[in-house]
Write a protein that binds this ligand. Structure first.
Ligand code: NAD
Ligand code: ZN
Length: 343
């Protein structure tokens, strides 16, 4: 089968013929239809320090996808060929304390699809049945392909109650924008999103934020004044990984404010802890999604009218993956989809 392989320990990605995966009794074999490109894939392409220390080559990469089941193992009773599914990208151990308590997203021993085990940038992927999420037939395939980052957005946006609250999102990448759409759907009062990139701020306006502001040009104090806010933001979602954005957020929270942190900084960040302590802030780190409450929420939020399609800006054949990666890395894009169906 065709697959995008990190074949050598150097920058790049190679379209190669590799053997089709085989399945065990508890696994599901899926023909991949559409995939999403994630920042993680770009890091692996670029071969940055994280990738060097994490990926063993050769590795088929990619973890955002929708596909059609073609075969199930003998122990699999509730998935069937022909069904459309996506995959949870963290394969958990099932045996650690948190897994045993049903808190699989807190597993101590996860293995990452397209990072530690073969991924979905390929014609086929095999996954344990415990990692498969079924879509209704007729579901928008591009939307289904990005359930993984959509899950990051839903998990972060619903971590703290946003009904009637004023929400600040730093970073209008695809995940920040989807989180804004979820917060709107969930009844937030004001939603302010910041970025340094005007293309992305324009994209964020499509999901009905109250203000999309360039942090280089407008201060959050001025934003608060403009909206008539008096005491600061109630809920923060850090989705940029930027130290400056995080400090700015801390400085603009209401007393008792709650911050969910998804953005991954490239190193340590020094903050003024007085702001956390004397303003009695709650900080919570977010990784991945909840298995499978977040997946359930994603499905029903879409059924109840949430629209995340504006965040998808580019579509390419997998054969044009280099262009897809270039557009993703440029920042002048939302989600970029690679199509694996016969073209
Ligand atoms: P992205 O890189 O596309 O978006 C980040 C955005 O932040 C960019 O648009 C960038 O211009 C903006 N930004 C940079 N500096 C800023 C500043 N000072 N103020 C405001 N905005 C600023 O990433 P994404 O795919 O949308 O993901 C969001 C973040 O979440 C990334 O840091 C990513 O690494 C991280 N992530 C975490 C998890 C997890 O499980 N914790 C999962 C996926 C992604
Ligand atoms: Zn575990």
């Amino acid at each position: 089968m065709k697959a995008l392989v990190k074949a050598r320990p150097e920058p790049g990605l190679w379209l190669q013929d590799v053997p089709e995966p085989t399945i065990g009794i508890n696994d599901v074999l899926i023909r991949v239809l559409r995939t999403g490109i994630c920042g993680t894939d770009v890091h692996i392409f670029d071969w940055n320090d994280w990738a060097k220390s994490t990926i063993s080559v050769p590795m088929v990469i990619g973890h955002e996808f929708v596909g059609e089941i073609v075969e199930v193992g003998s122990n699999v009773n509730d998935f069937h060929p022909g069904e459309w599914v996506s995959g949870e990208g963290h394969v958990v151990c099932g045996r650690c304390r948190n897994c045993m308590a049903g808190l699989r997203h807190l597993c101590a021993n996860t293995s990452g699809v397209g990072v530690n085990r073969p991924g979905c940038f390929a014609e086929f992927i095999a996954l344990p049945m415990t990692n498969v999420w079924r879509h209704e037939r007729g579901m928008d395939r591009d939307v289904a392909a990005i359930f993984d980052p959509f899950g990051n957005a839903v998990h972060t946006a619903l971590t703290f109650d946003v009904l009637g609250e004023d929400v600040l999102i730093t970073g209008a990448g695809p995940i920040g924008i989807m989180a804004a759409a979820v917060a709107r759907h969930a009844g937030a009062r004001y939603i302010v999103i910041t970025d340094l990139n005007d293309y992305r701020l324009e994209l964020a306006r499509k999901v009905r934020v109250d203000l999309a502001v360039n942090a280089r040009e407008t201060s959050l104090k001025d934003v608060q004044k403009k909206l008539g806010m008096k005491e600061g933001f109630d809920v923060g979602m850090e989705m940029s990984g930027s130290p400056a954005a995080f400090r700015d957020m801390l400085n603009n929270m209401a007393h008792g404010g709650r911050i969910a942190i998804l953005g991954i900084p490239s190193g340590e960040i020094a903050i003024d802890w007085h702001e956390v302590i004397f303003n009695m802030l709650t900080l919570k780190g977010i990784y991945g999604r909840e298995m499978y409450e977040t997946w359930y929420k994603m499905t029903v939020l879409l059924q109840s009218g949430l629209d995340i399609r504006p965040v998808i800006t580019h579509r390419f054949s997998y054969k044009d993956f280099k262009e897809g990666f270039r557009v993703t890395a440029s920042g002048n894009s939302g989600k970029v989809i690679l199509n694996w169906e016969e073209l």
